[in-house]
Write a protein that binds this ligand. Structure first.
Ligand SMILES: [Zn+2]
Length: 424
């Protein structure tokens, strides 16, 4: 083992940063302190038991593990195993991550080497490090951790294996398996850690929900309209909603039976939707209070797509703008308000004409504002059923609209009905 490996082992056992452990270790070694003595000193400095390498900590229930503990021994059932490569100090490391369960609860783990266990295995784990991750304790399995099959199966109420409906996925999930239909997909080029890389991004759907996905190592079966079984995905948060991530370790198998996809989104009040922190697919019924400036016939930068003013992109300077149609409208349902952003095609439907019609009208009137005025007449004061993606950032709540149509029921009565339901 080199110094880095020893530092990783110490960091894992002590719940500290590897670089910190390495710096400490190297400082001592530079004074010719023998390695074992140096490691004991580092453990002592960070509050660990100085001689604890071989001592096995007492076996604990998962519910009793807190971040105050440095190392623990546990008997657990493996619930999920995800595989991922992370770049750490310039080197690619393949790690395993997922959740363990026992009779008292579940805990997430990261294994820095391959111990060869699979979902469903019952394990006796000695000397696992405890660290804090997302405000929760997490087990770290490293070079100083022992992993063996438990003598008797470990009972757990938690589901074994990673199969999940899209609705059940949560940011932080790893090693999950979904069966879903590819609703849309596009290829994108990103500047990754190894230069330009092709990735896929789009939307997956099943009977319970629709969620965005990214395939970081494009799998050929991922095509629009395909129903797929996708094993070993991990879930991240993207603008408040879960997003599914496929890696080189994910396996994708086409399904012979098509996956049924929900065609409606959950309907919420704006207050509920905004409270949730962001939703990929939601439906609201609300009044249009205002059609904001920057609606109607606009010009975009041909390089970056930003809306430009007077032929100036704020990134690319003077450019030859491209005409486009869009609407930014304030929606309010009595519980809260949101800015709805309506794209080219829906705006053309609402306006009753395409970009060419709008430029003609603007030329005739010698005023681009006539397009926005026509849209105002159409929308302001009206009540609409709106479906789309709600994202929330420091500037407020935005609803990127997918569907937009006149509503038969009034939002205020709906809000009242929702409130009555809650209060029952
Ligand atoms: Zn630009």
């Amino acid at each position: 083992m080199d110094v880095t490996s020893h530092a990783e082992e110490l960091a894992s056992a002590l719940g500290i940063d590897t670089q910190e452990a390495k710096d400490d270790l190297e400082a001592l070694l530079s004074y010719s302190v023998p390695l074992e003595e140096a490691k004991r000193s580092v453990r002592r400095k960070h509050g660990g038991e100085p001689g604890s390498t071989d001592a096995t900590p007492e076996t604990r229930s998962l519910a009793d593990i807190t971040t105050d503990l440095e190392t623990v021994s546990v008997e657990v059932r493996v619930l999920t195993v995800g595989t991922r490569t992370i770049r750490y100090q310039g080197e690619d490391n393949t790690i395993r991550e997922g959740r363990f369960g026992d009779e008292t609860g579940t805990i997430s783990y990261t294994a820095w080497q391959d111990f060869g266990f699979e979902a469903g295995d019952s394990l006796a784990i000695g000397n696992a490090g405890v660290r804090e991750w997302d405000d929760e304790p997490e087990l770290n399995l490293g070079a100083s951790t022992s992993v063996a099959l438990a003598e008797t199966p470990v009972e757990t109420d938690a589901p074994i294996g990673g199969e999940a409906d899209l609705l059940a996925l949560e940011p932080g999930d790893r090693g999950r398996t979904v069966e879903a239909k590819v609703l849309s997909v596009e290829q994108r080029t990103i500047n990754g850690r190894d230069g330009e890389t092709e990735i896929l991004s789009g939307v997956l759907g099943d009977e319970t929900a629709r969620l965005p996905f990214t395939d970081w190592d494009p799998h050929p079966p991922v095509e629009a309209g395909e129903s797929l079984r996708i094993e070993d995905v991990y879930v991240r948060e993207y603008r408040g909603s879960p997003s599914i991530n496929l890696s080189a370790f994910s396996t994708v198998t086409p399904l012979s039976e098509p996956v049924v996809v929900a065609d409606s989104a959950p309907r919420l009040t704006l207050a509920e939707a905004i409270d949730s922190g962001g939703l990929f697919d939601v439906e609201v019924v609300a009044n249009v209070l205002e059609v904001r400036d920057g609606s109607g016939l606009i010009e975009r930068c041909p390089d970056c797509g930003r809306v430009i003013q007077n032929g100036q992109c704020r990134v690319h300077g003077a450019v030859d703008g491209e005409d486009d149609l869009r609407i930014k409208a304030i929606l309010d349902d009595g519980t809260d308000s949101v800015t709805a952003i309506i794209g080219t095609d829906l705006t053309a439907e609402i306006y009753g004409g395409d970009i060419a019609d709008a430029t003609d009208a603007a030329r005739d009137a010698m005023d681009k504002g006539v397009v926005a005025d026509a849209i105002r007449d159409e929308l302001v004061g009206g009540c609409f059923r709106v479906r789309g993606t709600l994202s929330i950032d420091e500037y407020g709540a935005n609803l990127t609209v997918e569907e937009f149509e006149p509503a038969s029921d009034k939002p205020t009565s709906l809000a009242a009905a929702a409130l009555a339901e809650v209060r029952q």
